[in-house]
Design a protein. Structure first.
Length: 249
């Protein structure tokens, strides 16, 4: 089957990608965090320039975002080449060259120790609980009493959050993370669970909700700090500022 892509459709797809590549520590998209400094599209070639809150942002987090973005862009059927460039960073030369050569983090930084994937899983666990909390917070605005309703079922939540309910996107993001942890998402599966899939009973709700609050507070605090640092580093002089987009088609 032949599928024709217009330049407008291609740019829309790229924005979708940028909305689904996350800062591993903050679990927010690089688009939402304003980490995208420039986007260039030319036929089947895409170039994205990234900027981060500080000159010393962790190289491993930077690598994760760049690698995830490169993989996501190259997964688009019409993209033939993707160039990811990090600017204003102490390791930008190593990272830019390494990503272009499709090297692993340990190949780029031979002196590094530890397992990068284990670091990623730690943040994926936090993201699981953070996303769960956002769903539950929304459900509480709909009148549900968590302490008596828990663990609930996916079917119940899906019925409450049918389109175009504002909370549906929250549920989709939580389901995405549940699938990462291989937690059941069938209609009859419990929706309030830990990462092992164990349902949270009413008796365990108090402790579980405390954990959710701590995780969310930590991630939201870090996000506010990062956004504040970025705003100071790259001040927006024009109130009508919009992201530079170069369509060289």
């Amino acid at each position: 089957m032949c599928v024709m892509y217009t330049q407008e459709a291609r740019i829309k797809e790229i924005w979708h990608v940028l909305d689904h590549v996350y800062d591993p520590e903050l679990d927010r998209s690089i688009h939402e965090l304003n980490f995208v400094a420039c986007l260039e599209v030319s036929d089947t070639d895409v170039a994205v320039t990234l900027r981060l809150p500080t000159y010393w942002c962790s190289p491993n987090f930077s690598f994760m975002m760049m690698k995830d973005l490169d993989d996501a862009l190259m997964a688009l059927p019409w993209v033939k080449s993707a160039r990811i460039t990090l600017i204003d960073h102490e390791s930008q030369e190593k990272l830019n060259q390494g990503i272009a050569r499709h090297q692993s983090f340990s190949q780029i930084f031979s002196e590094s120790t530890g397992d990068l994937e284990s670091v990623r899983r730690v943040f994926k666990e936090k993201a699981f609980y953070s996303r769960q909390k956002r769903v539950l917070d929304y459900l509480q605005t709909q009148g549900l009493n968590m302490s008596s309703w828990t663990p609930g079922t996916w079917q119940e939540v899906r019925q409450i959050l049918q389109a175009p309910a504002p909370g549906q996107q929250l549920l989709e993001r939580y389901e995405e993370m549940a699938q990462y942890w291989k937690v059941g998402c069938g209609d009859n599966d419990a929706v309030i669970v830990d990462i092992s899939g164990r349902a949270i009973s009413p008796e365990l709700w108090g402790r579980h909700s405390h954990i959710l609050r701590l995780v969310a507070l930590n991630m939201e605090s870090n996000a506010h700090i990062c956004q504040g640092l970025l705003a100071v580093r790259y001040p927006r002089q024009d109130p009508g500022y919009s992201l530079p987009l170069v369509d060289s088609h």
